[in-house]
Design a protein around this ligand. Sequence first.
Ligand SMILES: Oc1ccc(S)c(O)c1
Ligand SMILES: [Zn+2]
Length: 260
Amino acid sequence: LCTVLTRGFCLHPLWQSELSVSGGTRQSPINIQWRDSVYDPHLKPLKIHYDPTTCLYIWNNGYSFQVEFDDSADKSVIMGGPLENHYRLKQFHFHWGAINEWGSEHMVDSKVYPAELHLVHWNPVTSTSFEEAIMENNGLVVIGVFLKLGAHHAGLQKLVDALPAVKHKDTIVEFDVFDPSCLMPSCPDYWTYDGSLTTPPLTESVTWIIKKTPIEVDQNQLEEFRMLLFTSAGEEEKRMVDNFRPLQPLMNRTVRSSFR
Ligand SMILES: Oc1ccc(S)c(O)c1
Ligand SMILES: [Zn+2]
């Protein structure tokens, strides 16, 4: 008997209606075909300067858990890489599967990972707020980091220990002094391409920077993600799993690499 594993066979309502944006030409996520990516020698190393004291709280927004940062000043910023100026960190969140065989949004040569971290930044030079930047052509930069099953991740564990406090949708817990740099792989290599949010409003405002090397997390840490709920307290419980959007067509785009 051949068991065919289909990724995310029961899509969250969020994406059932939003599977495609009419007229979208740069939607995300995509499958990164390593051999089709083009090395760009002009790409600089990505510079990351996060101030741990800008971390504010964690909340369950009904499709992921999200860690929010104080973005009222240039305290936690990224620059360099493919970027023309600095971008401010606003939040980070994850996408994951019900089992380890799927969960990430992007793929590399059709390889899928159990989860994917998104660090979301906005352009304070061209926008006055995150909400405005979402609608701007190059308003956002999202760094994507793949999570693979392996060793325990000590830095992630501080996050994981807080998850029971945000089990239900629209719950929140204070979370101060956390440096998300600890979630970044040491390898500097990345791909970059022009894309979109993978959750509504799916706006085509994102410069994606996808790190080549995954970070390792252990089984217990992934299981803690899967204990979260899409649903509010008092509602019939729906486990928060498979909160990833299906692959989108590459169309007329080139993925650039920072490495040969
Ligand atoms: O604000 C957001 C930016 C990017 C992505 S993938 C989100 O899910 C929300
Ligand atoms: Zn995301």
